[in-house]
Design a protein around this ligand. Structure first.
Ligand code: FUC
Length: 803
């Protein structure tokens, strides 16, 4: 830009003003903080999670004794070396004949009971293992004279720092807790505004299922050991640094501090797990763990805090949701209890907080260099957690990552992609042994050790579409980023292997001649048949993409095979006798069925084969199905339905699902409860909130497609759209009033919003209007690389000035 004219300057001023502006209805903006007036009494429902993707802890904040239960993401029993033996769940001898037998039976009988198929094709899991608690830091505070008052426990989502504060006699005590990704350590700093007031004993408590030594020397507690089940080695170091006062190592492995001005605890932990088939073992952990603590302690708390906040904000602060007329003086547990009882401003405050909490949870449980977020994200206190706190591939792991791209946290997909890449070698063996097929596959569930076979749990074991579904996440990452290297080097190999598998195993239906998945099982529901809707929809999406990409990726033959299969493939989009979208090829759906899995609606969300714009009749059928299933259900299922209603452009109904989640399926610490606690509901829900505000599937960016009446005015910043675009949207009276689009790549974008009908649409850097045909509130325009575009409502005098 050589010179800026007056118009340009004005636009730039507007542009700068927009993100900083408070909500249109007045400055009721609140800080994004969860806060409580009491310590947590319960781990699952009240403790506050902190984490850096690999290392996490739950903050209870007890006054006399503070228990900081902590996890390291790779501490798993099971896998190679497990006492029970381990074969990745993959049969040693080929099962291809048994699978063919089931396929032939389904051809004849059309439906088989899951118990029979599980007996024929599944196997009891051997050496599957569980995600483990690492241990707990037990901090016992020295009794001090004076009453405790003004207690507050909080989690600041803008900084990713938890804190406890209270007055004790004439002193004010503050504890701050964080887990830094930048420095790989947990830090707890305890300070008081009066000298010499901090006295505490620190111990590390470990669960019994391991051999371990805990030793204290000077100010350091060293933990070394191995899990009894699989000899996985682990190490942790806690350094206790006191400012003033005295410190001594205790004979029982603890450390005591007395009369200090402040104390900082540093904790690092690790294992020798490595995400590499077949051994899954890497370097001994102790050296790296000790080094991380030494480096952080040398850096000092203020510097570590600053680096942590900068690292976290680089992700979290990109996106903000401000709802107008939102606010409440209530602590978070009371706010949640009061939710839906008539205070709309308080309700909106909780909804906006819940949105930013979901983004916080994803960042805190999913960073590069470790495993992806599991069923509980990162936080688990048990040796035998529900569903092993594993990776369920028939909705749950995928749901964890639904918000990653649109909510501007694409970096959080790094551990997911590393995990899936590492699943391909055992998944390739599984495809061969189970189906005599090329490519790779996975089934219902997997663990830290590349489990790739089917377990023998009749209603939950068969999901060979998992590989194709997971491949969609790679392709979506490309659609959002338009990064050609990622497409070629990461996405394509995964998509190719999944497509090769399906091209070899699709079955020609003897009745219709169509290509079907067989055996096929609609997640956790109904009989085994051929061609359940979800199976067909997932495979169709993958093969369609492979057909389109093959030539460009240098594999035209594979592309051509996929294209040919697509001509014969049933797409799983059938409307049944009561107007519903069928879950199976045969019209078996019952109107009174309220099953939590709505698998036949995959094509509506997360897929995009159904939409009210392009396939209105199918969208109507999806609506009929959703109405029949009803709203009341488990946590993650409500979150899925929230996304589905947003895709049906019904903002009020989507909001009703959000309201149900918050009032029925959310714990006082705002964890989603299935029940029990499962993080998929938190993460799926914020994906749905985002779908209410912005959608970009099918090549069109729709602004505020499902805005509920409950959010008449507000502002959202930093949402991402497919096509490498980023949007800020402000709205009032239920309509968009300003939209800023920042574009990464040069190319064509299509924007849809009624604001295009009479709004002013400007290429800000050029200072010129955007030329496009705006018929029907849509505009297809050519965006520049690094462009900035402003669409705004112009009325009265402002319009005259600008023209
Ligand atoms: C899916 C669900 C269950 C549970 C489990 C972890 O299989 O059907 O309800 O959420 O995952």
């Amino acid at each position: 830009m050589a010179t800026a004219g007056a118009g340009q300057l004005l636009l730039l001023t507007l542009l700068c003003a927009l993100p900083a502006a408070a909500d249109p209805a007045g400055p009721s903006q609140q800080r994004a903080v969860l806060w409580y007036t009491h310590p947590a009494a319960d781990w699952e429902s009240e403790a506050l999670p902190i984490g850096n993707g690999a290392l996490g802890a739950m903050v209870m904040g007890g006054i006399d004794t503070d228990i900081l239960q902590f996890n390291e993401k790779t501490l798993w029993t099971g896998g190679p070396g497990a006492r029970a033996g381990y074969h990745w769940g993959i049969p040693v001898a080929s099962k291809a004949g048994a699978v063919a037998g089931i396929v032939a039976r389904i051809d004849r009988e059309h439906g088989i009971e899951p118990t029979e198929v599980a007996a024929a094709l599944g196997a009891p899991p051997q050496g599957y293992g569980d995600y483990q608690s690492f241990g707990a830091l037990r901090i016992e505070y020295e009794a001090a004279p004076g009453a405790v008052d003004h207690y507050r426990r909080e989690l600041d989502l803008d900084q990713a720092v938890a804190a406890v504060s209270y007055s004790l006699g004439d002193a004010h005590v503050r504890r701050e807790y964080l887990v830094s990704h930048a420095d790989g350590v947990l830090a707890l700093r305890v300070s008081a505004d009066q000298p010499g007031r901090i006295g505490l004993d620190v111990h590390v408590d470990l669960p019994p299922n391991r051999r371990s030594s805990v030793r204290a020397q000077g100010g350091t507690i060293s933990v070394d050991g191995a899990l009894e089940d699989n000899e996985l080695r682990f190490a942790a170091t806690v350094r206790i640094a006191n400012e003033g006062g005295i410190r001594e190592a205790l004979a029982d492995g603890g450390v005591r501090v007395r009369a200090a001005n402040a104390v900082t605890l540093w904790l690092a932990a690790g294992t020798d797990h490595a995400l590499r088939y077949p051994r899954y073992r890497g370097a001994a952990p102790a050296g790296a763990v000790r080094r991380r603590v030494a480096d952080a302690a040398a850096r000092g708390y203020a510097a570590v805090l600053a680096r942590h906040v900068a690292d976290y904000r680089a992700l979290h602060a990109r996106t903000d949701l401000r709802l107008a007329d939102a606010g409440s003086p209530l602590p978070t547990d009371e706010l949640r209890r009061a939710y839906g009882h008539g205070d709309a401003a308080a309700d909106r405050a909780l909804e906006a907080l819940y949105f930013q909490y979901g983004r916080y949870l994803l960042i805190s449980s999913s960073r590069g260099g470790t495993l992806p977020a599991n069923l509980q994200g990162l936080w688990n206190q048990s040796a035998t957690p529900p569903w092993n706190a594993d990776y369920h591939l028939n909705i749950n792991l995928q749901m964890n990552y639904w918000p990653a791209e649109a909510d501007n946290l694409a970096e959080t997909t790094a551990p997911l992609f590393d995990f899936i890449d590492a699943l391909i070698p055992p998944g390739t063996v599984a495809a061969r042994r189970m189906f005599a097929a090329p490519g790779w596959t996975a089934f219902l569930n997997t663990n830290a050790w590349g489990y790739a076979g089917p377990i023998a749990w009749p209603t939950a074991f068969w999901q060979p579409e998992a590989a194709a579904w997971l491949a969609q996440h790679y392709y979506e990452h490309y659609l959002y980023s338009l990064d050609p290297r990622f497409l070629r080097q990461r996405a394509w190999p995964v998509m190719r292997g999944a497509a090769q598998f399906w091209l070899a195993t699709l079955h020609r239906d003897p009745d219709s001649g169509r290509l079907l998945v067989s055996p096929s099982y609609s997640p956790e529901h109904g009989p085994f048949t051929a061609g359940a809707a979800m199976s067909q929809q997932i495979v169709a999406a993958l093969l369609e993409e492979v057909a389109a990409l093959g030539a460009r990726m240098g594999e035209p033959q594979l592309g051509a095979r996929a294209a040919k299969a697509m001509q014969q493939l049933d797409r799983g989009l059938h409307v049944g006798q009561w107007g519903q979208l069928q879950e199976w090829q045969a019209d078996l759906d019952r109107r009174d069925d309220d099953h939590r899995h709505v698998s036949q609606l995959y094509a509506l969300f997360p897929g995009d084969a159904i939409s009210p714009w392009s396939t209105p009749q199918l969208a109507q059928a999806a609506r009929t199905t959703l109405d029949a299933r009803g709203d009341a259900t488990t946590g993650w299922s409500r979150a899925w339905k929230l996304n589905l209603w947003a895709r049906l452009l019904d903002g009020d109904r989507a909001h009703r699902l959000l309201a149900g989640l918050l009032s029925e399926s959310t714990l006082p610490n705002l964890f989603d409860t299935h029940p029990p606690f499962q993080i998929d509901g938190n993460l799926g829900a914020i994906a749905g909130m985002t779908e209410m505000l912005l959608q970009s599937q099918g090549g069109v960016i729709h602004v505020l497609p499902a805005l509920p009446r409950a959010w008449p005015a507000g502002e959202v910043r930093g949402l991402r759209a497919r096509g490498d675009a980023q949007l800020d949207i402000r709205w009032a009276d239920g309509e968009a009033s300003a939209v800023i689009i920042r574009t990464g790549h040069a190319g064509t974008l299509t924007l849809a919003t009624p604001l295009l009908v009479d709004g002013q649409f400007t290429d800000v850097l050029a200072g010129t209007p955007v030329a496009c045909d705006r018929a029907g509130g849509q505009c297809r325009f050519t965006a520049r690389a690094g462009g900035v575009y402003l669409l705004r409502k112009v009325t009265g005098q402002a319009a005259a000035r600008l023209h």
